[in-house]
Ligand binder design. Structure first.
Ligand code: FES
Length: 482
């Protein structure tokens, strides 16, 4: 008989087989009254619970999700719940950025003998969900298409890097080239206002190398495909963090990679540049000064000041100089470290939960599901085995609905938890300009808060926090069920 009066809501429970499922059984055997809203899914261990199970349930109509496993030190696989605790806590802090109230998800520990505790947990959680009411559905949200103006404040003056030591860099690459199979950098693209990746194998190739605010691609994306080869790479500061993260995860070998670095003064947000240029048939000229770029297209002059047209990631960049390099050229850039919220995330922070849900509904309706965000990401290394396209298990359908597309973005963001270096390639590659970097930034913020300011891609020896655990977590506290 339901303990709570009123209509049942949809609550999904993921319970570890050995403790919490036993605890629920004990409560049942003892005839302890419980609400009937909960639908239990039995899993071998809380460590088996992928945070995406929870997001999928919430996006598909669950009003609440409860996870319960063995108490710390009691996991029957010794450490499953320790890993789960970190992942689930990150998820809890991530849900609000999607527009989902984090009170709709909870995790706890109940042992097989704690029938009474189980009764208390399930009654308290169900009561909470009833107070919150049925969860707002993405399908019912009114799409919000307008992207608010972002406040572009910077930790340092941005510039075009026109005094960079490009000739010295070319000389250094040419000297090292005989020992390498290839060096990755940038060359001019179809006009002087665009660049494309350059794969240098001869001194003539090296002469094509360019440096400046149009070098937007992250060349580290290509490194894993050169596995087993000796490869050089030219990096900006943010690119170097991706190289370090690849080293942290043993996806490349340090002895195979030669890093050439120059300090970066910022790169242009090509989406906004192209928007300003509009339709044109030819770029007549591109000229630089320290503060910005002047582009003449079809005889019309356009001025792009770096402080106004840089990529969002550049405004809060704390690593303009490479964190790891074999050859460094130029003078390191000084940065005043300080608290900083990236513009995309600040825009979402200013919204209510309902507005965020509407925002993602509107943005996901524009998504082409082209996977450019995934393909450009240097840390998205599964590629051919991406679960977004897998039929077995089938995580998601190929339907072009906002829900499926938002779930794909959540997969990408959660798979980058504690790994994303914030290079912004996902957002830059998006052909329709969806600010998807904000999802990764929210996870990065949660990871930094939970794990003593941890930032991925700074230390090749560091273990990414979601690949480890502490018996007593300093910043994750067991929740009280009062
Ligand atoms: Fe229960 Fe691992 S077996 S949490």
């Amino acid at each position: 008989m339901p303990v709570l009066n009123g209509k049942e809501l949809r609550i999904v429970g993921f319970l570890c087989n050995w403790c919490s499922y036993g605890g629920a059984d004990t409560a049942g055997v003892a005839r302890a009254g419980q609400p009937t809203d909960l639908r239990i899914i039995r899993v071998p261990c809380s460590g088996r619970i992928d945070p995406l199970f929870i997001v999928k349930a919430l996006l598909n109509g669950a009003d609440g999700v409860l996870v319960s496993g063995c108490h710390p030190r009691d996991c029957h696989y010794s450490a499953g719940n320790y890993y789960a605790r970190r992942r689930l806590e990150v998820l809890k802090q991530f849900l609000p950025v999607l527009g989902i109230d984090d009170r709709r998800f909870e995790y706890t520990w109940v042992s097989a003998s704690e029938g009474q505790r189980w009764q208390h947990v399930v009654t308290t959680f169900t009561d909470r969900i009833h107070k919150l009411g049925p969860a707002p559905r993405l399908e019912d949200a009114e799409p919000l298409l307008k992207i608010a103006d972002m406040a572009l404040t910077s930790l340092r003056p941005l510039g075009t890097g026109q005094n960079a030591a490009l000739d010295d860099l070319k000389a250094a690459i040419k000297a090292k080239l005989p020992e390498l199979d290839c060096v990755i950098g940038w060359q001019q693209g179809y006009d002087a206002a665009h660049t494309v990746p350059l794969f240098m194998r001869t001194p003539e190739d090296v002469d094509k190398l360019v440096w400046g605010p149009f070098n937007v691609n992250n060349p580290a994306t290509y490194l894993p495909s050169f596995k087993g080869k000796k490869v050089g790479i030219v990096v900006k500061g943010c690119d170097s963090r991706s190289v370090v993260e690849l080293l942290q995860e043993n996806l490349i070998k340090r002895e195979d990679v030669t890093i050439f670095a120059m300090p970066c003064q910022g790169t242009l947000d090509m989406a906004r540049v192209n928007q300003e240029l509009g339709r044109y048939s030819a770029i007549d000229s591109v000229s630089y000064d320290e503060a910005g770029v002047t582009i003449v297209a079809d005889g019309k002059e356009h001025r792009f000041c770096m402080n106004d047209y840089a990529q969002g990631k550049c405004y809060g960049c704390t690593t303009p100089s490479a964190v790891l390099a074999d050859t460094r050229l130029g003078t390191p850039e000084a940065v005043q470290p300080g608290a900083y919220t990236p513009p995309e995330l600040a825009m979402l922070d200013a919204m209510t939960l309902e507005e965020r849900l509407s925002f993602w509904k509107g943005q996901m309706e524009r998504c082409l599901r082209c996977y450019a965000c995934r393909n450009a990401c240097p840390m998205c290394v599964c590629r051919d085995y991406c679960i977004a396209e897998s039929r077995e298990p089938q995580w998601m359908t190929q339907e072009a609905t906002a829900k499926e597309k938002l779930f794909f973005q959540t997969i990408h963001a959660m798979h980058l938890a504690g790994r994303c270096t914030g290079c912004g390639e996902c957002q830059r590659a998006c052909p329709v300009g969806i600010p998807i970097l904000a999802l990764r930034q929210q996870i990065a913020r949660a990871v930094a808060q939970l794990f003593d300011g941890y930032k991925p891609g700074l230390d090749p020896e560091a273990v990414p926090p979601l690949l480890g655990y502490e018996l007593e977590e300093k910043n994750i506290h067991e929740r009280e069920w009062k």
